[in-house]
Ligand binder design. Sequence first.
Ligand code: RRO
Length: 312
Amino acid sequence: VDLSTKVAGLSLPNLLFNASGVCCQTEADLKLMIESESGSLITKSATYEYREGNPSPRYLPLPSGLGSINSMGLPNEGYEYYLNFAKNYDYSSKKPLFISLSGLSLADNVKMCEAFVAADLPCVLEVNFSCPNVPGKPQLGYDMEAMENALNVLAPLIKKPFGVKLPPYFDIAHFDTAAAIFNKFDNLVYVTCINSVGNGLAIDFETESALIKPKDGFGGLGGLMVLNTALANVNAFYRRLPGKQVIGVGGVTSGKEVFLHVLAGASAVQIGTTLKEEGPTVFARINKELTDIMIAKGYKSLDEFRGKVKTL
Ligand code: RRO
């Protein structure tokens, strides 16, 4: 069977890669992604300057495979590090490179985009409108006016096809409003759904304490507990953004959830919590599991079932 796909006009040998933030902050992390059986890779969201991030503990898996909570606080090496990585990347390697940008202001996003545009590289920019963990910085994706204003500035500046990373939405009116905004921008060619479900609270029953240190224990939820929210967001935007693509992320632990993301409409699927917990061998495992599912169901390519979820 054929697991290949295309995103933003680039060919991926298979549909799997890392969720931004996992296994992608340093060159050592990114090398592990390159050596893995992923079909692509994306860098940690970059800010203009290096950031240490929030105090630890700031990431924890939750009991019984539920998922994870994180309040990393955008630790990253600063955009020049990722620009340099992108300049030295081997684009003949078959794995397209995605670069995540998450400026703390529109002005910072502009400066970073300008630098990438000036370098004229064959990587794809993904602007993160959905980091839930920087104290004092609301998620742009929940402020429709500010998000449209940002796109009005960034889309013409980037010129080439690009994507945005979205927070989960929970109301049909929000799907409608957000999609109407995205449809105004021709070179916004894909959306990645979803970022972590923001500001959950994990409490340890025995110690009666919050599990992570930043923000009184509040942090973004990922993993299996967000699967259905992720599938809903993938499908909501798949239905509302004709001619654009959706990258699915959220709740993937096996080939089965990848299959569901594609049924919901995903063109590629990213793995966060499970990659963090299992390491980069996860890609070989899940590619194999998805292959077995497709053989059992008689599908030869992703196109045969992408977006074809049945309704009652
Ligand atoms: O670094 C983080 O705390 C973080 C980011 Br930028 C994001 O977009 N999503 C997330 O769950 N954590």
